[in-house]
Design a protein around this ligand. Structure first.
Ligand code: NAI
Length: 327
């Protein structure tokens, strides 16, 4: 039997956490032969710790054969100790009357502390996904706060956007979602993201031949980008099961490989595609043997350049907003 791996999850008692943990320990993330030890972080608040206890009781009640241990804590250094994987879901939500800049600052504090703790105690091979918003900038902050860990080990979640883009395209084309390949969502996990179907194929046909250009630009791009708001409008709370599903898929693909399939991940830029080096930006990747590779050499036309620069500008603004805290 395989030795257990340690999976840290922050915000574990939140709604995404609740949709996530049971799937991790049922083997959907790392395989049905991979035992896991869960290391769960929540805020030190009485309410949060009590809710976390409740989730841990339910995990116990599932009698999962793959669950080799659970710890619950409010100390990042306990949660991240020797962790092989970290899913950073917990973040400061935007409160009533809170400015965007305040939100950035509050989250920066969290991700500086968590980045430092990861640097100090986690496995040197840890793979980190940041889900908590603003996810790309939070990932940048954690990465910069963990100078002893490879920068490639920090990623942000763009997969929910990617999956939304796949389903909406397949629906319009009247084809099964599994037939869509080579989807790309560039940029920030925010309404400025750019779902790019220029390379996508469906059953071998070019997706851009199967849907009309006006629909693509006027309906599809904004619908993918604003899907999060539409879910809140319909459900009364934000996406949780689909977000957890995307986090599972991101980590599974990273750990186990994509066999050449493209997936979108927020990763540290190497300067290609006109994305400044060091920024965390959504790009198409393939994964193999536990590491991701950027899909290289894609042509960027004038429309794409404009869309990619718009989302880039937003990320640069976010970075400038928190850079005083990082130096
Ligand atoms: P939630 O509010 O239900 O749960 C968040 C949990 O995190 C709470 O239990 C809270 O106590 C905890 N928490 C807050 N700060 C923490 C810290 N410093 N350390 C440990 N735990 C902490 O929120 P939900 O719905 O689970 O969403 C979590 C985050 O994921 C939000 O920031 C949300 O915006 C983001 N999100 C990102 C998506 C993406 O595609 N990247 C998609 C959907 C949500």
């Amino acid at each position: 039997a395989k030795a257990p791996v340690r999976v840290a999850v922050t915000g574990a008692a939140g709604q995404i956490g609740y949709a996530l943990l049971f799937r991790i320990v049922s083997g959907e993330m790392l395989g049905r032969d991979q035992p896991v030890i869960l290391q769960l972080l929540e805020l030190p608040l009485e309410r949060a710790q009590r809710a976390l206890k409740g989730v841990m009781m339910e995990l116990e009640d599932c009698a999962f054969p793959l669950l080799a241990g659970v710890i619950g804590t409010s100390d990042p250094k306990v949660a991240f100790r020797d962790a092989d994987y970290a899913l950073l879901v917990g973040a400061r939500p935007r409160g009533r009357g809170m400015e965007r800049s305040d939100l950035l600052q509050e989250n920066a504090k969290i991700f500086i502390e968590q980045g430092r703790a990861l640097d100090e105690v986690a496995s040197r091979d840890i793979r980190v996904i940041v889900v908590g918003n603003p996810a790309n900038t939070n990932a940048l902050i954690a990465m910069k706060s963990a100078s002893g860990l490879p920068r490639e080990n920090f990623t942000s979640m763009m997969r929910l956007d990617h999956n939304r883009a796949l389903s909406m395209l397949a629906g319009r084309a009247g084809k099964p979602v599994a037939a869509v390949e080579r989807m790309v969502v560039w940029g920030n996990h925010s309404p400025t993201m750019y779902p790019d179907i220029r390379y996508a194929t469906i059953e071998g046909e070019r997706a851009s031949d199967l849907v009309d250009a006006a629909w693509y630009k006027e309906t599809y791009i904004p619908s993918v980008a604003k899907r999060g708001a539409a879910i809140i409008e319909a459900r009364g709370t934000s996406s949780a099961a689909s977000a957890a599903n995307a986090a599972i898929a991101h980590m599974r693909d990273w750990a186990l490989g994509t066999s050449g399939r493209w997936v979108t991940m927020g990763v540290v830029s190497d300067g290609s595609y006109g994305i400044p080096e060091g920024l965390v930006y959504g790009v198409p990747c393939t994964c193999e043997a536990g590491s991701w590779q950027r899909v290289e050499g894609l042509e960027i036309d004038a429309f794409s350049r404009q869309m990619m620069d718009r989302t880039l500008e937003e990320l640069l603004e976010e970075r400038d907003g928190i850079s005083p805290l990082l130096s």
